[in-house]
Design a protein around this ligand. Sequence first.
Ligand SMILES: [Zn+2]
Ligand SMILES: [Zn+2]
Length: 167
Amino acid sequence: MRMIPVGNSAKRGRLSSPAVDADVETTVASRLRRLGQRFTAGRRALVDALTKVDRPVTIEEILRVEPRLPLSSTYRNLAILQQAGVVHRVSTDHEFARFELAEDLTDRHHHHLVCESCGTIEDVEIPARLDRSVRAALDELARTARFRVASHRVDAFGLCARCAAER
Ligand SMILES: [Zn+2]
Ligand SMILES: [Zn+2]
């Protein structure tokens, strides 16, 4: 898996270098088509940027990864990609919204550690055995409501190591 720290602004010459997996590309294009939208260079660069980071990022951080993206269209494109089910907005009470690629576009089922002080969100992948226990617990909860669980999102809220050390 490629991971580029968000702090390193990638110096790249063009917007549309082929970092996005071909399968993902096809899926994204077809989801956009359903909305009557095209997979434009700007949207491609956005998906590209989200592929490169290893945690949910703010718009500001996206622009650090892809400095050539214009701010105004980035807001609009993110909204459209969200509507198409390509981008997921990770909920946080912090003032800055954070975005990631929809989990079904990645092969990485994961959970989030959300810092309620600085708003940073870390992705965490828990061992398969543990994730099965999470699923079993949710199945059991759902059974009483005769609800059938298809997937789950479990995020933990608290303080990141840096913020905890400051207290
Ligand atoms: Zn923090
Ligand atoms: Zn899980």
